[in-house]
Design a protein around this ligand. Sequence first.
Ligand SMILES: Nc1ncnc2c1ncn2[C@@H]1O[C@H](COP(=O)(O)OP(=O)(O)O)[C@@H](O)[C@H]1O
Ligand SMILES: O=C(O)C1=C[C@@H](OP(=O)(O)O)[C@@H](O)[C@H](O)C1
Ligand SMILES: [Mg+2]
Length: 170
Amino acid sequence: MNNLILIGFMGCGKTSVGFQLAKRLNFNFCDTDQIIEEKVKDTINHIFEIKGEEYFRKLETETIKGLIGKLNNTVLSVGGGLPIQTGNERLIRELGCVVYLKTSKDTIMQRLSGDTTRPLLAGDQDKRIEKLLSFRAPIYEAAAHLIVTTDGRLIHDIIDEIINRTGVLL
Ligand SMILES: Nc1ncnc2c1ncn2[C@@H]1O[C@H](COP(=O)(O)OP(=O)(O)O)[C@@H](O)[C@H]1O
Ligand SMILES: O=C(O)C1=C[C@@H](OP(=O)(O)O)[C@@H](O)[C@H](O)C1
Ligand SMILES: [Mg+2]
């Protein structure tokens, strides 16, 4: 098994870093949000609106369970809330080396200003990020094998650090 699993808060860069990291390593790339959208043929926003968050969380857990034993040479980015559900952190650690893209609230605010694709941040984005991030950050830290900070850093620099520190090319 040779997989990297990217976790962290919305806007930390899991999808964009994961996609480029996979290209650089010549690995496959998967993203649980993309798998879910393809599976139910609907957008994350619309799933939340019509079926609610609880239903989406069930889809996430089903998705991660379905990947156990099936991934090799893959970078997997998971939705920001997936490791928060009890039991999922054990599943992602089973899949591979878990990397937390640690990012401050200010950076998340900058990156997601004007974004309308994250239903949990609709409304008062500042307050929502603050509340969710303070609850989730210790869970991400505990789930991770490796923590990489992303504030003020270019994607290629983050990718270099992940490759150097995981020794994934060795
Ligand atoms: N290191 C970075 N520097 C600048 N912008 C970034 C960086 N990482 C991600 N972004 C931008 O932030 C936004 C959210 O990134 P995304 O990969 O969708 O995050 P996530 O999947 O963790 O929610 C995108 O517009 C992306 O281009
Ligand atoms: O943090 C969360 O609860 C969520 C994060 C989103 O993915 P990203 O982390 O890729 O933005 C997506 O799964 C959904 O909007 C819920
Ligand atoms: Mg994403």
